[in-house]
Design a protein around this ligand. Sequence first.
Ligand SMILES: O=C(O)C(=O)Cc1ccccc1
Length: 376
Amino acid sequence: MASTAVVRTRWFQRSSAVGEDRREPSKTPSMIAIRWRRKAFAIASVQEGDTGNGGGNNIGPLELNTVFDDLQPEIAFKDTPSLPKPLSVSDVSGSFNGSRLRVAYQGLPGAYSEAAAAKAYPNCEAVPCELFEIAFDAVERWLVERAVLPIENSLGGSIHRNYDLLLHHKLHIVGEVKYAVRHCLLANPGVKREDLKRVLSHPQALAQCEHTLTKLGVVREAVDDTAGAAKFVAVNKLQDAGAVASSSAAEIYGLDILAQDIQDDPDNVTRFLMLAREPIIPGIDKPFKTSIVFSLEEGPGVLFNALAVFAMRDINLTKACFNILYRYTWYFDYLFYVDFEASMAAVNAQNALRHLKEFATFLRVLGSYPMDMSQA
Ligand SMILES: O=C(O)C(=O)Cc1ccccc1
């Protein structure tokens, strides 16, 4: 059903763009054609405008309802016995074609990524995945509609491996969400701080609690996710090991919270990206961010020139980092990841990218999406 709607959306978008009307009219042709085009636009907004974190299209919620209300006479004319209930604003927040939107994340229930998915898409069905690759695959194979992945945090910086995943998959960034990560020290009931010889967690979590863990004098053990660490400690009834994880992981796996807010930075914030198969339609009605990746010829000043295309148009960069892409063991390219504060719908952003393309050896827009302006 989802694919039918998407195909129909595309067809109508294309046909209206070239001014065609290929629908068989049975009554008052021009009126029906106009109404159907408007309906297609409404479907496009629901499907492609990411609704969870502010939405990425120009149609406001009232207009959505207005468009659907407008269609009622035509549907009645077709003698449909039971009419489908029009989507309302509350339906589209975290729902997909009437059912809950499925959002893949890496980790187990109780992981921060699960909480970020819930913040990005309230009321969604968060789907745990063992690995990030599986979360990406799940979206590409239509098993879920979205994936949420951590990309950088205020202390540890960029999560470079996840940038590479973005490059190696065809998904689009459709939103960002900032989540305030509050780490707890967890252990089995009865275990005290002084009993702990080792602490398990995700490498980022261990890094974010460096001072606390050093004071405790424990050995750090890195595992795939914080909730997985909590589960491991609980299932194995470990008496000499704890986990750094969320308070919800403590509740789920029956662990005690020995200490709360143990992160070194009290304002520890992780930025997560929301990914989908289709890009959203960028708007200029609210602050947008665009993420790109590019590579350059080698030579003095090339990176300076690349960044100048934004500076000369007064476009603010919110992030710039680079990774190395090995083509062969002896040959590699530098890949530059840049986030800038502008929508792809804005002329200055389009000009900046056109300019960059003149000398970039490779350029891809990973997504243009509404900025998360919340206080995490
Ligand atoms: O392991 C988790 O719970 C995650 O979601 C990854 C993570 C780890 C540390 C900070 C933010 C996200």
